[in-house]
Write a protein that binds this ligand. Structure first.
Ligand code: ATP
Length: 360
């Protein structure tokens, strides 16, 4: 892909309905006029000047673009083109029609571990590919795992939203207080070096939820969740894991390890016997074990409710704070954490900061 285009995106694409929204813009279906091909256009408002409260820093969007340009894998959303104007950048992305993986699963009556592994394996392949290029996603969570199409026999996973992703150059240390409390590793909270193992922790959390419908570290408040993460406090409660195989638990145990270098890498995960059985007995075991669908559906309904609640309360907060018209004093003031909680008062803003675009 060549450098950014400076013409008006509407000269080349017809803008159609909204597909989703982020904190600093929206994603719309676009039709390329010359070919009739559909894409997803991610419209991101950029800051006009350093002191402006509106929009993302242009460098942040450029970093997302720079990373996406290096990734070409069947399980990673592809970037086709970028338009840049003074106030906005538009990323022309592969159109993903199948919605979120968790929503797709929640519609099912039942799902065996074997079927869940089909999805997990694709996530791991995408993650192994990016890690091999020294790129870490740093925001792996159910909202960012989508399906290209859903009404087909074996839907294809697409990992999206590289807004927090980083290229970790050899010999450099990257630290950040970014992410969503439920999914971040202890090293994020402790402000220690981050890297590919940080993504592997998130995969451990996602797998735990997928199998049980429970979130391993979720507390009553964000502060409690963060304390649980740092302490590595989790268990496999029999009430929720009675249908789960021992191999699946072993897989999770080898990811939810406090020391990042002790965790399995994505490549190691792909050869763990739960993912790649060594014999018939192990294979049969997976197909007989199933995910806790009743609880998973409950988890997903709660998750969706929280996402919409957070979006509405973030808008209300912006209005209350008059962010839309007042200039800022301090860059740091802009930053907010991505909270799992509905209660704003419980949010340890100082501990966890999401990138500028996110304040739910
Ligand atoms: P956030 O601020 O929450 O991190 P964001 O601004 O980085 O969000 P994305 O997460 O990339 O934006 O996209 C927002 C939503 O738009 C997604 O949750 C998804 O529903 C939809 N979306 C994103 N990319 C695509 C795509 N390529 N095809 C279809 N829908 C998409």
């Amino acid at each position: 892909m060549s450098s950014f285009k400076h013409e008006n995106v509407e000269d080349l694409y017809e803008l159609l309905e909204k597909l989703g929204s982020g904190h600093f813009g929206e994603v719309r279906k676009c039709k390329e006029k010359s070919t009739g091909t559909f894409y997803a256009g991610k419209f991101i408002k950029t800051r006009k000047c350093k002191g402006s409260r509106m929009g993302l820093d242009r460098e942040q969007v450029e970093r997302e673009v720079f990373i996406l340009q290096q990734l070409e894998h069947p399980n990673i959303m592809k970037l086709y083109d970028v338009f840049a104007s003074k106030a906005e950048m538009v990323l022309i992305l592969e159109m993903i029609r199948g919605g979120e993986l968790f929503d797709f699963i929640a519609e099912k009556e039942a799902l065996s571990e074997e079927e869940a592994i089909e999805f997990l394996e694709q996530i791991l392949k995408g993650v192994a590919y990016m890690h091999a290029r020294n790129i870490a996603h740093f925001d792996l969570k159910p909202e960012n795992i989508m399906l290209l199409e859903k009404d087909i026999p074996h839907p294809k996973i697409k990992i999206i939203d590289f807004g927090l992703a980083q290229k970790i150059e050899d010999g450099t240390v990257y630290k950040s207080l970014c992410g969503t409390p439920q999914y971040i590793g202890p090293e994020v909270i402790n402000y220690e070096p981050l890297g590919p193992p940080t993504d592997m922790w998130s995969i451990g959390v996602i797998t735990y939820i997928l199998l049980s419908g429970m979130s391993p570290f979720q507390g009553e408040t964000d502060a409690e969740t963060l304390t649980n993460v740092v302490a590595g406090n989790y268990e496999f409660d029999d009430r929720f894991f009675k249908e789960t195989s021992e191999m699946a638990k072993d897989f999770i145990r080898q990811l939810l390890l406090k020391e990042p270098s002790d965790r399995m890498t994505a490549v190691e995960c792909l050869i763990h016997p739960w993912i790649k059985p060594l014999n018939r007995k192990q294979a049969v075991n997976r197909s007989r074990s199933s995910i806790n669908m009743k609880n998973f559906k409950k988890f997903n309904a709660r998750r969706k409710w929280k996402l919409s609640y957070n979006m509405v309360s973030a808008c209300n907060r912006l209005c209350r704070m008059k962010l839309l018209c007042n200039p800022v004093k301090n860059d740091e003031d802009l930053r907010q954490c991505e909270s799992d909680q509905e209660d704003e008062k419980t949010k340890p803003v100082t501990l966890l900061r999401r990138r500028l675009s996110s304040c739910s």
